[in-house]
Design a protein around this ligand. Sequence first.
Ligand SMILES: [Cu+2]
Length: 217
Amino acid sequence: MSRRAKALAIGAGVGVSAALISFYVVSYLMVRPPAVSASGGAPRSRITLQTVASIGFGPHPDWVSYLVKNSHGRWVHSTVLTVPAHSLVRFTIYQYDTATGLRNPYWGGPRGIVGRMSINGKPTATLDPDLASHTFAVPDLGVSVPLEGVADNAKNQCSVAPCTLAQAHKTITFFIRTGKKGTYRWQCFVPCAAGFILGFGGPMQSVGYMDGYLTVV
Ligand SMILES: [Cu+2]
């Protein structure tokens, strides 16, 4: 190979590597969905979320995801939530996905919430771990709430977000009390990422899908 061909080959290799690295940085590390604030102010505010089996649009249409409702009542594809400090926050989660089950049954019991969680309006102490579809967990705040899945044979299941209340779902509500200001990571701990090794890749490691931030302001 001539010296010129070698130089060209090395140049092409460096170019391709740089392109791949920039693609990774831009597509995975720099993606930060818009922040959505809780409605109502301190001391009582509300966050409304939904979980869907597949988002249905964007770069990963078949990924499982959370969405959040903004103050105009519109569903936003984001998991970056802003809540007031030192206040009670009521969470309402419309859960449209079927169950995957928890690896550790311990997480079938909700932790770190005020009072009981309720499922479809019924106060519930613990969830059968096999029935969990996702969890809403903020490890640094000691919060973890299992979310019951819809039955595998439920009629009128939703496949494209945003799902509507006319479609098969479970409604989970609970309260958490926030403390001091800060940014806390939250995520799902159910291995719900279909098609990834052990169910823990892709959406399970991506902010905007099964990972997010709780910004306490
Ligand atoms: Cu999940």
